[in-house]
Ligand binder design. Structure first.
Ligand code: LMR
Length: 396
């Protein structure tokens, strides 16, 4: 049966963690996979999550399956978080929201739904995009194309080129947009450009598909989704794949949601039943734990406050690390301009160095990052920034 299978290379992102772990250099730095880390380099459970764990341990009285659609408190809380608690869409009957295993599981469900609804559909992804978007969507049988997004020469958004491509699309096209904190570049779409995209989506009738895994990591919970909310208010149909891995620190609990906005309640019901049928064929029911915790947090005003404060702290820390790295490089007299890192948002930025320099940082300095020079900002600390900046300066 398996004689013809060949061994695959390591995953471009997950493989970095394996290599880092095996490195015995005490100075090693992990700027690879997108996981938030404290100054001490750990990823502790948030206090708000700890409190929800206590509540859940005291109240959970069964391990029977949860509903296939997911935890109701979680789904309600997440939709309110994304779209705003007073958004009329929430009570319109136009949204089909289904809990899914993590951001990836949510994206996969949405992709399978598109493939089932419109077998010839093309999904347009930003150039560049998250390394897993392409194989994930191809596995669902979708045709993929790229739209211009980031200029690696000038470290800026290719807004005009992006809009020019979107202008050529039609109703068989789906456009995958990063809700905020673009992965891998950290270059976000300004609100005036969002509005141009929204106008094109309405005129050209393409379907927006928003991937949002970093709400609250850019500026704040509200500002980060302003473009997404305006888009949701304007278009008849769109998909949103959301993840709680980063902003609730629930990585291993695989906590996500696919929310599809349809033209009317009847279509939403068709979407809901089709999505559930797809999920049934893959994993049947979603895992309970992570969504139960988020449901507890978002239903409790006090706990939500605790969580929001923790999220703001993570966001502030990453922003201060951006400034710290750029100033250290300047202090060392590095001439190359790294100011984009300070301007960008979220967990990632491109360092903007070439593949050989990335490899040298790994081989000679035990500094690990993705091959495209994407760095996880949260992997920087006050303790390692000096060594990091010196090493970057050395390979330039
Ligand atoms: C990342 O981009 O590093 C994260 O989203 C983790 C992953 O699954 O790739």
């Amino acid at each position: 049966m398996f004689q013809d299978l060949s061994t695959l290379p390591p995953d471009p992102l997950l493989g970095i963690a394996v290599a880092y772990k095996a490195d015995t250099n005490p100075k090693k730095i992990d700027l690879g996979v997108g996981i938030y880390k404290t100054e001490e380099g750990t990823t502790p459970i948030l206090d708000s999550v700890q409190q929800a764990i206590t509540t859940l341990t005291e109240t959970e009285d069964s391990k029977a399956y949860i509903a296939a659609q997911g935890n109701a408190d979680y789904l309600a809380g997440m939709q309110a978080l994304l779209l705003g608690s007073d958004n009329p869409l929430l009570t319109s009957g136009r949204i089909s929201a289904i809990q899914a295993p993590g951001g990836t599981g949510s994206l996969r469900l949405g992709s399978e739904l598109i493939a089932a609804a419109k077998p010839g559909a093309t999904v347009w992804v930003s150039d560049p995009t998250w390394a897993n978007h392409v194989p994930l969507m191809k596995s669902a049988g979708l045709d993929l194309k790229v739209y211009p997004y980031f200029d690696t020469e000038t470290n800026s958004l290719k807004a005009d080129e992006m809009l020019a491509t979107l202008e050529t699309l039609g109703e068989n096209d789906v456009v995958l947009l990063h809700g905020c904190c673009h992965n891998p570049t950290g270059e976000d779409i300004p609100l005036d450009v969002w509005r141009k995209i929204i106008k094109l989506a309405v005129e050209k009738k393409f379907t927006p598909y928003v991937d949002i895994a970093y709400q609250g990591f850019g500026v704040d919970l509200e500002t980060d989704v302003q473009g997404v909310r305006e888009l949701a208010a304007a278009v008849p149909e769109m998909l949103i794949a959301a993840s709680c891995s980063k902003n609730f620190g629930l990585y291993r609990e695989r906590t996500g949601m696919i929310a599809v906005i349809s033209e009317d309640a009847d279509k939403a019901e068709a979407v809901r039943t089709n999505t559930l049928s797809i999920a049934r064929g893959i994993y049947s029911m979603p895992p309970s734990y992570g969504a139960a915790l988020v449901g507890i947090i978002l239903k409790d005003e006090e706990l939500t406050k605790v969580w929001k404060a923790e999220l703001a702290e993570m966001c502030e820390r990453m922003n201060s690390l951006r400034t710290l790295l750029v100033s250290k490089l300047k202090e060392l007299g590095v001439e190359k301009d790294f100011s984009h890192i300070e301007r960008q948002a979220g967990m990632f930025s491109f360092l903007g160095i070439n593949k050989e320099q990335v490899q040298r940082l790994r081989d000679e300095y035990s500094i690990y990052m993705a091959g495209n020079s994407r760095i996880n900002i949260a992997g920087i600390s006050k303790a390692n920034v000096e060594y990091l900046a010196e090493s970057i300066a050395a390979v330039l």
